[in-house]
Design a protein around this ligand. Structure first.
Ligand code: HEC
Length: 161
């Protein structure tokens, strides 16, 4: 005899489903209302510094899109340029970078920043050496895991103009 034969009655089953759905409807807003702060570390920046950081972030999306378009269209030069743009570059070489920003960045931030740049260096190397596409995409995914990791860890808070 099946173990749950006693529960196989259709009307009971339907009723139980209904009760479960009702609980979900009641619990979901409660869960939202009780949501904890998201747990990311706050990085307090001036508006100028935050604007600079955010503009750099949007450039990453531009680079990744150009990188994927290059790979898809067999435009090796375009893909390589985009990968290098997201890779290791001297940050001091950017005259627009607020000089006040560097000292405010915690060590964990710098570690993830460097991991991102190394990740894209690897992608650039894959492209330059005509690596197999699955290898290049694997390394791109690894590089992008640093975006995900840092976004899970930090948020910006603007404290001054
Ligand atoms: C060292 C940490 C770090 C790394 C690495 C990082 N980000 Fe970010 N990014 C942030 C933080 C912090 C924010 C602001 C989030 C907030 O305040 O809620 C942000 C915001 C963004 C935004 C929103 C920009 C805007 O205008 O508001 C985009 C897009 C973005 N990141 C893309 C990326 C991509 C793509 C990568 C990887 C190639 C990446 N980021 C890597 C920390 C990082």
């Amino acid at each position: 005899m099946p173990l749950f034969a006693a529960h196989s009655d259709d009307s009971k089953h339907v009723r139980r489903q209904g009760i479960r759905r009702c609980w979900l409807v009641m619990l979901f807003p409660m869960a939202l209302a009780n949501a904890q702060p998201d747990g990311r570390q706050e990085l307090a920046l001036t508006a100028t510094e935050a604007d600079y950081v955010r503009a750099g972030m949007r450039d990453h999306v531009v680079d990744i899109q150009a990188l994927l378009a290059g790979l898809a269209n067999n435009d090796i030069e375009g893909a390589l340029r985009a990968a290098r743009s997201a890779g290791t570059r001297s940050l001091d070489a950017d005259p627009n970078r607020p000089t006040t920003l560097g000292p405010k960045l915690p060590a964990a931030w710098k570690g993830m920043l460097q991991a991102r740049m190394r990740g894209f260096d690897q992608v650039a190397q894959d492209i330059a050496s005509r690596a197999e596409m699955p290898r290049t995409l694997h390394d791109l995914s690894t590089a992008m895991a640093t975006c995900v990791g840092c976004h899970a860890s930090f948020k910006l808070v603007v404290v001054a103009p």
